[in-house]
Design a protein around this ligand. Structure first.
Ligand code: FAS
Ligand code: PHB
Length: 397
């Protein structure tokens, strides 16, 4: 098989890149390790930045998003049970976020890919990248007992944190930066109405908690938990009680509880791999970076990478211009590090760090109190939360 761009991974990054390139007449093949059911069944992110929504609409997959997505103009910060609203719309001159699950984004993108007839290979095993620093890179994979080869001009590594793409770059080229947090998030999905019409980020002596949602009838909650948390120790009743404690009396009285339809523990990590290009291999999304989910940035960062990579590759194949691909890594990393900063800051302010000295703990509480008193501080929070501007790779110095 021969194509212009071989995309590894059919998560949001790979699917969105494939869709944008297909619309621009660039040939692509997407190779996915898992089955379609597995990919469409993953429960992940829930909040889309305005720029991500606009990009999905531009990609032609915005109909259900516009019909079912919930536009949010603000969220609450709850400090020991006392709630304070951050008015995103007022603080950013009209910007908002949309609540629409990553699961739904993935389903919409897969449906569009299949409708386009462009190749999407599920259950592609043992994907391997070859000759990535030559003009003729290729990918091999196994399926139905046979080994297949895809000859291409460009490889897009959209295969997430545990994929093969980043590891295909020489150690001499790759530099990684990482911070592991000493706790995780225990998440629950339940078909009960959300406790509030907007998200609530709570800090409490027992730990962080987040009240989110997938619709007006399906709630998504998280609590900070030890990394070695065993789900067997957290029956639903215990989790609901912990949420009521951490959100305070008013929310506790209003909270609707019910059986969980999904429950999981995820570690928190900050990670960046540099550069995001080697030869004809370009990394995008979680393959290149991970952020703690506190700032709702993981999926949105993946979309921002894809926005930049699609510009670069369309210029390459349409105008034979290399300005975009030459500026790709620097353009993405300039924005990624600012988003890493925000995600780290928001996580640090709201979570309990058991080993944190008393002085730092008091400074964090003072920073939260300053945030609630200062419109300038709230503007900074708001402009990061709704999403920083995309960086055009063709204009990177
Ligand atoms: P993905 O990991 O989504 O997709 C990579 C794809 O590549 C997968 O389909 C995988 O099967 C495939 N793949 C991997 N190895 C392969 C190989 N060798 N060959 C072929 N295919 C391969 N972000 C938020 O903003 N908010 C959240 O609340 C949030 N919660 C999360 C919870 C969990 C448990 C996890 C793991 C992540 C969460 N994230 C959250 C981050 C998440 O949404 C990612 O940022 C987003 O999925 C990134 O998309 P991709 O870069 O496409 O990577
Ligand atoms: C979610 O709904 O899964 C979600 C929302 C906001 C976050 C993190 C996760 O900051």
């Amino acid at each position: 098989m021969r194509t212009q761009v071989a995309i590894i991974g059919s998560g949001p990054a790979g699917l969105l890149l494939g869709q944008l390139l297909h619309l621009a007449g660039v040939d692509t093949v997407i190779l996915e390790r898992r089955s379609r059911d597995y990919v469409e069944g993953r429960i992940r992110a829930g909040v889309l930045e305005q720029g991500t929504v606009e990009l999905l609409v531009e990609a032609g997959v915005g109909d259900r998003l516009k019909a079912e997505g919930l536009i949010h103009t603000g969220f609450d910060i709850c400090i020991d049970g006392s709630r304070h609203r951050i008015d995103l719309e007022a603080l950013t001159g009209g910007k908002t976020v949309t609540v629409y699950g990553q699961t739904e984004v993935t389903k919409d993108l897969i449906a569009a890919r299949l409708a386009s007839g462009a190749p999407l290979v599920f259950e592609a095993e043992n994907v391997a990248l070859h000759d990535i620093d030559t003009e003729r890179p290729r990918v091999t994979y196994e399926k139905d007992g046979a080994t297949h080869t895809v000859d291409c001009a460009v490889l897009a590594g959209c295969d997430g944190f545990h994929g093969v793409s980043r590891g295909s770059m020489p150690d001499s080229v790759l530099k990684t930066y990482e911070r592991a947090y000493p706790f995780g998030w225990l998440g629950i999905l339940a078909d009960v109405p959300p406790v509030s019409h907007e998200l609530i980020y709570a800090t409490h002596p027992d730990g962080f908690a987040l009240a989110s949602m997938r619709s007006e009838t399906r709630s998504r909650y998280y609590i900070q938990c030890p990394l070695d948390t065993d789900l067997a120790d957290w029956p639903d009743d215990r989790l609901w009680d912990a949420l009521k404690t951490r959100f305070g009396d008013a929310a506790a009285a209003a909270m609707r509880t019910g059986p969980s339809i999904e429950k999981s523990v995820a570690p928190l990590r900050s990670f960046v791999a540099e550069p995001m290009r080697h030869g004809r291999l370009f990394l995008a999304g979680d393959a290149a970076h991970i952020v703690p989910p506190t700032g709702a940035k993981g999926l949105n960062l993946a979309a921002a990478d894809v926005r930049v990579l699609s510009w670069a590759l369309i210029d390459l194949f349409r105008d034979n211009s290399t300005a975009g691909i030459d500026g790709y890594s620097a353009a993405c990393l300039a924005r990624i590090w600012k988003v890493q900063r925000f995600s780290w800051w928001f996580s640090t302010q709201l979570h309990n760090f058991d080993t944190e000295p008393a002085f730092e703990r008091r400074v964090h509480r003072a920073e939260l109190e300053y945030l609630l008193e200062s419109e300038s501080a709230q503007k900074t929070l708001a402009e990061n939360y709704v999403g920083l501007p995309f960086v055009d790779p063709r204009r990177v110095a």
